[in-house]
Design a protein around this ligand. Structure first.
Ligand SMILES: [Mg+2]
Length: 369
């Protein structure tokens, strides 16, 4: 089986739900994303969404020029060969963004799973049939907004809730965390992700309050590359420190983070850390050191389904993350994600197991590159 064509669509969608500031960095103009399709000479094809920052046309052109000639002619089942040769090619004359290769690696896995007539998680080697879900907030205006959302997530049966607080004022951020704990009571898991807004001194102070409030983990309080301070923080606090979702070149870049406990749990996802190969290598590496790999949201639901297949094929991940409210992100799939009693179930059909929503993708397509 050989790859004969790689199609790339540059897409934009603006859901109505989001307020200015929901993504912290200025006004939200809509999601820019790619939809890549890898076709073979045997009639099989696989498609996947790809992250594109603030410019689908910019990212699409950049990535297409490097990845299309790299993939055409390859056997999609030779994923490990492609992975290592892409690593070399990217080092020499590529230097693509961290989100470039993930969708293509994912398509290779989907083609392989389709050819084997297996759902992706079974093809990977399943560990479980469903995974507990947590709702992951956007940036909200006021502490009371987090309270309302956490209560809604709990009422819907989700297994946990994570706050992304604004980071403008440490005391206001802490107040939101306090109020949410008071509102949901003691027996509901809560996590905190300030997305690298504090320094070490502030993070120690913040983390000690989270410990008193029985938060389950404290994620990316410092930048992922702030290795020395993160290691100090992990040694100082008892609450697990979680990070590495934006470190480039998983799993190699995080081997040291795991071995010397820069963080207590690592992060990976199929969009930013090299597709299914990147996630599973990171998860297995972490597993060997007794460390959890908490899979990071990949934002777009077609990619989230791939994350879910990966979560179902690993033991060392407590939760499947979904951005919340879910309806703001529930586009791209012909059928919604299956969540019942707070557990998400990967589709039990070959490959991805669910069709993409091509009518919506057609409506979102600005350009084919
Ligand atoms: Mg995070």
């Amino acid at each position: 089986m050989r790859i004969v064509d790689v199609e790339m669509r540059c897409c934009r969608k603006k859901p109505e739900q989001f307020e200015a500031g929901a993504f912290r960095t200025g006004d939200f103009q809509g999601f820019e994303f790619l939809v890549v399709t890898v076709k073979t000479d045997e009639g099989l094809s696989a498609s996947m969404f790809g992250f594109a920052g603030r410019s689908a046309e910019g990212a699409g052109k950049l990535i297409a020029d490097s990845v299309r000639p790299f993939l055409i002619g390859r056997d999609p089942r030779d994923r490990e060969k492609a992975w290592h040769e892409f690593r070399t090619a990217d080092r020499w004359w590529g230097h693509l963004p961290i989100y470039a290769y993930g969708p293509f690696d994912t398509c290779l896995w989907l083609l392989s799973a389709q050819a084997a007539e297996q759902p992706l998680y079974k093809y990977l080697g399943a560990y479980r049939e469903s995974v507990p879900v947590y709702g992951s907030s956007m940036i909200l205006s006021e502490p009371k907004d987090y309270v309302a959302e956490a209560l809604r997530a709990k009422a819907e049966g989700l297994r946990a809730y994570k706050l992304h607080t604004p980071g403008n004022d440490i005391d206001e951020d802490l107040e939101a965390h306090r109020l949410v704990r008071e509102a949901v009571g003691p027996n509901f898991r809560l996590m905190s992700d300030p997305v690298s807004v504090y320094n070490l001194e502030q993070a120690i102070r913040f983390g000690r309050v989270l410990e008193q409030l029985d938060y389950y983990w404290f994620e990316e309080p410092l930048y992922d590359e702030d290795v020395h301070a993160l290691r100090e923080l992990s040694r100082t606090l008892e609450i697990p420190i979680v990070g590495t979702e934006v470190l480039a070149k998983h799993p190699y870049s995080i081997a040291e983070c795991i071995a010397t406990r820069v963080v207590d749990r690592v992060r990976a996802d199929v969009s930013w850390t090299g597709g299914v190969t990147g996630v599973m290598k990171t998860a297995r590496l972490a597993e060997a050191f007794g460390v959890n790999c908490e899979v990071h949201t990949s934002i777009f639901h077609p990619l989230e389904i791939v994350n879910l297949h990966c979560c179902a094929a690993m033991k060392n991940c407590d939760f499947f993350e979904l951005l919340y409210p879910v309806e703001g992100f529930s586009f791209g799939l012909a059928e919604p994600l299956q969540i019942k009693d707070g557990l998400a179930t990967p589709p039990n059909r070959p490959g991805l197991g669910v069709e993409l929503d091509w009518d919506d993708i057609d409506a979102c397509t600005m350009k084919v590159v």
